[in-house]
Write a protein that binds this ligand. Structure first.
Ligand SMILES: [Zn+2]
Length: 83
């Protein structure tokens, strides 16, 4: 990937990783596996390449048949965030 190898959040260095990405869409969550991403070794921020997030948008908006269904438990830490 010929792009900046620095985290835009903290300036830490980025590592190429394959991650599981959860994409919220309205009330639903879409789970993507084996997503190529750059992950900051310092703050853990996940950076998706433009073409990757574009592909995810396309998939989510197209509502295709997923490879498999999996229930995803959702927890909110909104209360902690306010403290
Ligand atoms: Zn960072």
């Amino acid at each position: 990937m010929p792009r900046s190898r620095k985290c835009g959040e903290c300036g830490g260095s980025l590592e190429n990783k394959t991650i599981t990405h959860i994409q919220p869409w309205g009330e639903e969550l879409f789970r993507f596996e084996e997503v190529p991403a750059s992950v900051c070794v310092q703050c853990g921020h996940v950076w998706l390449a433009a073409e990757v997030s574009q592909r995810i948008d396309e998939i989510v908006q197209g509502h295709p048949k997923p490879k498999k269904y999996q229930k995803v438990p959702v927890f909110s830490l909104a209360e902690l965030a306010k403290a």
